[in-house]
Design a protein around this ligand. Structure first.
Ligand SMILES: Nc1ncnc2c1ncn2[C@@H]1O[C@H](COP(=O)(O)OP(=O)(O)OP(=O)(O)O)[C@@H](O)[C@H]1O
Ligand SMILES: [Mg+2]
Length: 241
């Protein structure tokens, strides 16, 4: 006699996390060495464990063209306007080729840096006019309405601490070679962006152990996405221009 099929049981073991709703855009921000990239895989895993399809990417970069522009921006001498234009050119390609299509398909996009970095580095660090950056943001992010992240996790650490962390592991690129005064201006640029969009930003105290930072990240994810309710973002994105 064959064994009857098991009766339908509960959705899964009690420890299975609830599913997250479809598609949102999450960015990681903060000065070089704050800890963004260290936490990206765990954030990706947190979302995937809840059933999300995740596209993990980075800026500048995320497409072959944008990665080529990244190499130039990080390693070639250039003036501040050239730098800003190249970063936004890379972003344009990335938004069109990767971010908008992924969100439209219901995937989650997890991006290591996005436009807040331009405001922090080119605006705060290099002293650029904010209206110019806002114009580029509107052009490149297909506005109006301008594509913005649903959640920005800002890893905030003092410049001296971040410098010590990165000095322990790598040779500096053009940005990392800047002094602590530059990075404190960048940090202030992030603070200004966070103050202007408090519903989007979560500031994480990054000057503590990895475990303590992760606890803050997990709490932020749980607060935003732990319960159902986030609308799909794909529907509000217009066609690429
Ligand atoms: N909370 C922490 N405590 C101690 N060291 C850390 C912590 N978080 C990250 N680190 C270490 O600091 C270094 C820089 O971290 P990470 O590469 O994640 O920074 P990042 O923000 O991605 O920097 P960048 O913008 O330059 O890519 C790494 O060697 C990482 O292992
Ligand atoms: Mg990194």
């Amino acid at each position: 006699m064959s064994t009857p099929p098991a009766p339908p049981g509960p959705a899964g073991p009690a420890s299975t996390p609830p599913e997250v709703p479809r598609g949102a855009f999450i960015t990681l921000e903060g000065i070089d060495g704050a800890g963004k990239s260290s936490h990206l895989p765990a954030i990706q895993a947190w979302l995937q464990e809840r059933g999300a399809t995740v596209v993990a990417t980075r800026e500048p970069g995320g497409t072959p063209l944008a990665e080529t522009l990244r190499e130039l921006v990080l390693h070639q001498p250039m003036d501040a306007l050239t730098e800003a234009l190249l970063v936004f050119a890379a972003r344009r390609d990335h938004v069109q080729q990767v971010i908008v299509p992924a969100l439209a398909q219901g995937a989650w996009v997890l991006c290591d840096r996005f436009t807040d970095a331009s405001f922090a580095y080119q605006g705060g660090g290099r002293g650029f006019d904010l209206p110019l950056l806002q114009t580029l943001e509107t052009w490149v992010q297909q506005g109006p309405p301008v594509l913005q992240p649903d959640l920005t996790l800002w890893f905030d650490a003092p410049a001296a601490l971040a410098a010590a962390r990165r000095a322990a592991v790598r040779a500096p690129d053009r940005f990392e070679a800047q002094d602590a005064v530059f990075f404190e201006r960048v940090r202030a640029g992030y603070a200004a962006r966070a103050a202007a969009a408090p519903q989007r930003f979560v500031r994480l105290e990054a000057a503590c152990s990895r475990d303590e930072v992760w606890a803050q990240v997990a709490a932020a994810l749980q607060a935003r996405f732990g319960a159902a309710g986030l609308p799909a973002t794909g529907a509000r994105l217009g066609p690429a221009r």
